[in-house]
Design a protein around this ligand. Structure first.
Ligand code: PLP
Length: 369
């Protein structure tokens, strides 16, 4: 390699092999039934689209304030006021998606050697961003039922723990934490003075009980939510974060020197989106969840997912890669669990697709099992 193309050492801590395998599998297929996608199959609601177009025409195309427009931060603060006792005292930071908030939090908080605790299975970005920051990943297993085990989480905390990263509803398992589980985690975190980072991007996608946030029980929490999933705005890159002032201030400073701001027209559209009723889209996803449970419970014995739009399903013989290859041969794309976990016994199925494609895909998977 040319000396002038030398890559920074920190990049050697990132690894894309798991995802690459999935792309390699996908490349073999012309028109696959994809149950692999992490974004809604519905489109951005029309009023939000119209507002983005209006904003562009009205010249809202320049940098916004680093922390986000006042209109969007006010709308976010109003949402928080309904849920959190501390809402008035907190600053709000609009980010380039929850991904942006995660990057800012990791870089602002994690020093080399610091430990970041999260549950396994986990969202793919968590270990990679932890590694990028030079931190050490501490994955707490939740198999086989994917519930958080307080004792295991407690055992994972040390004096090097920098944050406890939660994700409910969870990608990839669909687990939604109960109020009691969150209260127990809050009590533990409070006793040990641990910062909780709560990735709540799927908060609208809860099917069996109302969404609960650990922020209601523990104010030493960084809350992250976004517009990508609820309003299908994945390409528009808007999310937000709120939490302890000293931390949000540093994240804001870092955003000033990196992302600068979230896209201006998308922030305008996000204000309108927040006023929209997405209940019919959510109800449709609940029905899709039921289709998955009905089709795969008997042949594969999955844990019923309660939220997000994923199921994490045991693979026959505990070999997810072998089953994913078999599925590809049957024209169905799923993701082997090793992409989201230290184990490879399960596969992730996304039901964010049309009912027709989902029914076809489920039939094929059930027959292969
Ligand atoms: N957090 C989780 C758990 C996700 O599944 C995703 C996207 O798949 C993100 C964060 C990133 O979302 P955004 O589009 O807001 O960056």
């Amino acid at each position: 390699m040319r000396q002038s193309h030398k890559i920074a050492d920190r990049m050697s801590r990132l690894d894309a092999s798991g995802i690459r395998k999935v792309f390699d599998l996908a490349a073999k297929l012309d028109d696959p039934i994809s149950l692999a996608i992490g974004q809604p199959d519905f489109d951005i609601p029309d009023p939000a689209k119209e507002e983005a177009i209006r904003a562009i025409r009205a010249g809202i195309n320049k940098y916004t304030q680093t922390q986000g427009t006042a209109e969007l931060r006010d709308a976010i603060a109003a949402e928080c006021k309904q849920e959190f006792p501390w809402a008035d005292e907190r600053p709000y930071l609009v980010t380039s998606g929850v991904s942006g908030a995660l990057v800012l939090a990791m870089l602002a908080l994690v020093d080399p050697g610091d430990e970041v605790v999260f549950t396994d299975p986990y969202f793919v970005m968590y270990p990679h961003l932890t590694n990028l920051a030079g931190g050490k990943c501490v994955a707490v297993g939740t198999y086989p039922d994917f519930r958080p085990d307080i004792q295991k989480i407690s055992d994972a905390l040390t004096d090097k723990t920098r944050m406890l990263l939660l994700n409910s509803p969870c990608n990839p398992t669909g687990t939604v934490y109960t109020e009691q589980e969150l209260k127990d985690i809050a009590e533990l975190a409070s006793k040990r003075d641990i910062l909780v980072v709560s990735d709540e991007i799927y908060n609208a996608f809860c099917y069996d009980r109302p969404f609960a946030s650990i922020g209601s029980y523990y104010d030493n929490t960084l809350i992250m939510r976004g517009f990508s999933k609820t309003y299908a705005m994945t390409g528009w890159r808007v999310g937000w974060c709120t939490g302890p002032k000293a931390i949000i201030e540093k994240m804001t400073m870092l955003q000033q020197y990196s992302f600068v701001c979230a896209p201006s027209m998308a922030q305008a559209a996000a204000v309108v989106a927040m006023g929209l009723d997405m209940s019919s889209e959510i109800a449709a996803y609940k029905r899709k969840r039921d289709m998955v449970v009905d089709a795969l419970s008997a042949p594969l014995g999955l844990v019923r997912p309660e939220g997000a739009f994923y199921a994490f399903v045991p693979a026959p013989d505990g070999n997810a890669t072998a089953f994913a290859e078999k599925a590809v041969a049957g024209n169905v794309l799923i993701i082997p669990g090793e992409v989201f976990s230290e184990s490879n016994t399960h596969f992730r199925l996304s039901y964010a697709t049309t009912d027709e494609k989902l029914a076809q895909g489920l039939e094929i998977l059930a027959s292969l099992a």
